[in-house]
Write a protein that binds this ligand. Structure first.
Ligand code: AMP
Ligand code: MN
Ligand code: MN
Length: 338
């Protein structure tokens, strides 16, 4: 079998190591966490010392609590003792690993498995395929290329990545291959109905109240084709919700007809603003996010700005106006629908 040489090389490196760190990006999502959980579980069963890790431990979204091994997610090994192998999953560049980046650099081998088009190929081994629906799909390939068993728990983890990154099999990355792998994972015992319930039907009442605020203040700026809404720190205090619960709220704005781009602007504790962008049309949002210091895919991207909510909105609108080839309306100006 000569196919999938990178997948097999990754398998060999992992099989030969004793201490392995498995990490994903800051503001982790279902793809990053599902991929970390699935690979970590398997490596533990191989008898490795595994360190599943994320940059900010307090930002673990509660809806992924069902992932097996979640309670083991912590720091990347003992201080001063970098892991032999560091696997970065769903992470387009080293900066997205924040505090974990020095550990990744200091490790014996750095393996980068990702599907972002703007991946910087920072690893010693880079398994990067932007055609893959999700990083979980690539991890699945590593399992299959090495003949590793996918048990029901691992299948549930990888299915989580596939299911969430395709927007429940709705986004354009919902390829025949994504369905084929979903089928294989279901066959291997993935709890498909449970994943849907845990991720999308298991919110706090605070979350629903925050959703209410986000929907009520949604606006459509027809002039630049933008549907947007905001979340302030005050909203979080008023509802009792946290930003890590609010990751998928932007998708509700996607339902509004008439916009090309959807944005949810979220005020962080330190006053900066994190902007989640989604495409509703053919206008790719990745380049817009990159221009503003972030990154991402054509359909989903994001960035963080030093500006406040109003300033961030004006900045975004002016970029969209330039792309649309006309002058900037004020954030409150232009034609707006309620
Ligand atoms: P989010 O809206 O935070 O869910 O981000 C959507 C996607 O955009 C993420 O899955 C990442 O692929 C990408 N992304 C978000 N923020 C950044 C950033 N600061 N730098 C690079 N990529 C980002
Ligand atoms: Mn991700
Ligand atoms: Mn992903």
């Amino acid at each position: 079998m000569k196919s999938n040489p990178k997948e097999r090389e990754i398998g060999e490196r992992l099989a030969g190591a004793h201490r392995v760190a498995v990490a994903t990006h800051v503001n982790p999502d279902g793809d990053g966490l599902g991929s970390v959980a699935g690979l970590s579980l398997f490596l533990e069963r191989l008898g490795k010392v595994v360190y599943p890790c994320i940059p900010r431990l307090n930002e673990l979204p509660p809806q992924y609590s069902y992932l097996p091994g979640r309670e083991k997610i912590g720091t990347c090994g003992e201080p001063g003792e970098p892991p032999e192998v560091f696997v970065a999953l769903d992470c387009s560049n080293l900066e997205r690993l924040e505090s974990l980046a020095p550990i990744a650099r200091a490790s014996g081998i750095l393996i980068n498995v990702d599907h972002h088009e703007d991946n910087t190929e920072y690893g010693d081994i880079n398994l990067v395929d932007e055609r893959a629906s999700s990083t979980a799909e690539l991890v699945f390939r590593v399992f299959r290329a090495n003949g590793w068993e996918i048990d029901p728990a691992v299948a549930t983890c990888l299915y989580t990545g596939l299911f969430t990154d395709t927007g429940r099999f709705q986004h354009p990355n919902t390829t025949p291959e994504a369905f084929r792998i979903a089928y294989e994972l279901a066959l291997a015992g993935a709890e498909v109905s449970r994943v849907a319930r845990e991720v999308y039907q298991n919110q706090s009442l605070s979350y629903v109240h925050l959703l209410g605020l986000v929907l009520e203040r949604a606006r459509l700026s027809r002039e630049v084709g933008l549907v947007y809404s905001t979340i302030s720190q005050e909203d979080l205090r008023a509802t009792g919700a946290s930003l890590s619960e609010a990751e998928d709220l932007v998708d509700y704005l996607r339902t509004v007809r008439g916009g090309k781009v959807v944005a949810l602007l979220k005020e962080l504790e330190d006053g900066r603003v994190r902007v989640s962008l989604r495409s509703r049309d053919d206008l790719p949002v990745g380049p817009i996010a990159r221009e503003l210091g972030g990154g991402g895919h054509a359909m989903a991207a994001g960035y963080t700005t030093e500006k406040n909510l109003d300033g961030a909105l004006r900045e975004l609108i002016s970029i969209l106006a330039r792309l649309a080839g006309h002058q900037v309306p004020g954030a409150e100006g232009g034609e707006e629908d309620r």
